[in-house]
Design a protein around this ligand. Structure first.
Ligand SMILES: [Zn+2]
Ligand SMILES: [Zn+2]
Length: 138
């Protein structure tokens, strides 16, 4: 498994190429409009390849001097992409959810609203999605 090294900020030169890429980021936001996201890929991975594809919350983009310790140049301003937590999309409703929220039965990501509800009918004591919880109960 490839580990994505997470820095707090990611830097991009203020070139036309990145103007174009950041415009695409805005399009991506329009598709999943709950948060701003940035997706990192290694090579050209398949859609579900989470080892080579990671989506993070994007907490803002500015154009300024970055931190040289994290790879920013000393003398030029760059686009600074503030990176938040790694997220995934709920397999039931499509909402974004922390990457750690994985159902222990089906292995898919689920959000708070689609997680198993603990009540007198449902005594499941592990993390799982509501779909798997109702199948276990039957
Ligand atoms: Zn959901
Ligand atoms: Zn499940």
């Amino acid at each position: 498994m490839i580990i994505f090294r997470v820095k707090k900020e990611e830097y991009r030169e203020g070139k036309l190429y990145w103007m174009d890429r950041l415009t695409k980021l805005i399009d991506f936001r329009r598709v999943h409009n709950q948060y701003d996201f940035i997706e990192f890929t290694l090579g050209y991975p398949a859609k579900g390849d989470t080892d080579r594809r990671a989506i993070f919350k994007c907490e803002g983009i500015t154009y300024d001097y970055g931190n040289p310790e994290w790879g920013a140049p000393y003398t030029r301003k760059v686009f600074i992409i503030k990176i938040g937590e790694r997220i995934a999309f709920c397999h039931t409703c499509g909402q974004s959810t922390p990457y750690e929220n994985v159902c222990e039965i089906c292995g898919e990501h689920y959000c708070d609203e689609c997680s198993a509800v603990y009540d007198q009918f449902n005594q499941i004591d592990y993390n799982c999605c509501s779909g798997c919880a109702s199948r276990e109960r039957d």
